[in-house]
Design a protein around this ligand. Structure first.
Ligand SMILES: N[C@@H](CCC(=O)N[C@@H](CS)C(=O)NCC(=O)O)C(=O)O
Length: 217
């Protein structure tokens, strides 16, 4: 089995990256530097014409989209605990995972890259500030999930939900959201980052968990 994961430090690819490392399976992590535009190189576009991370290459198969990658890995590496194995726990976890991917994540894209949605600079400012308010509320919803965590978001084992929650909270720091203002989520992210396998990923991606800088600092 040959698994290769294309990831960008600090990006959403952290989710499959952390889960692969937690699985204990051998894989080749390959960094793509988004700030240098490496995702738009001819070589990378040949792999993923959408120019995005993550990409998983399993043998000869190229897989894109976080949820598809996670479901593929979950079937292949059940020991990773990517989602609960069965029952309503799995259904609810999948529901939360899809919401993080199709709602919370794109809301942050509107905050961080409003230029993807309009050329008009005034409209970009308006999109950013509107999306930022929405993003705060969405992180508030994840905080409520973290308050009820037992002790992880999907139950007894750390899962892809905790990896996504950490990523979304970290991103908030780039958008004037102090992670410590969401105490249950902040505690959960710190606990997840401290798991030895996840700590290796944090080190490989050279991530700082709290990137928040108060305005004027
Ligand atoms: N829907 C995609 C979203 C992937 C995505 O948004 N990737 C971002 C990083 S978090 C990216 O590669 N951005 C590079 C760019 O847009 O140039 C998924 O679930 O995989």
């Amino acid at each position: 089995m040959s698994l290769k994961l294309y990831y960008a430090p600090g990006a959403c690819s952290f989710v499959p990256h952390a889960m692969l490392e937690l699985s204990g399976a051998a894989f080749e992590p390959t960094s793509v530097k988004l700030h240098k535009g490496e995702q738009r190189s001819a070589e990378y576009l040949a792999l993923n014409p959408r120019g995005q991370v993550p990409v998983l290459v399993d043998g000869g198969e190229v897989i894109t989209q976080i949820v598809a990658i996670l479901l593929h890995l979950d079937a292949k590496l059940p020991q990773a605990g990517i989602l609960p194995a069965a029952g309503m726990g799995r259904t609810h976890a999948l529901s939360t995972l899809m919401w993080m991917n199709n709602t919370v994540h794109p809301t942050f894209t509107h905050v961080f890259m409003p230029q993807k949605f309009t050329d008009d600079e005034a409209a970009q400012k308006a999109i950013r500030s509107f999306a930022l308010r929405a993003y705060r509320n969405l992180l508030g919803e994840i905080e409520a999930l973290a308050v009820r965590a037992t002790p992880w978001l999907a139950g007894a084992q750390p899962s892809a939900l905790d990896a996504y929650a950490l990523t979304l909270l970290r991103w908030g720091g780039y958008a004037e959201i102090d992670p410590t203002s969401l105490p249950a989520l902040w505690a959960l992210a710190q606990r997840f980052a401290a798991l030895p396998a996840v700590a290796r990923v944090v080190e490989r991606e050279r991530l700082q968990l709290n990137v928040y800088q108060p305005a004027g600092a």
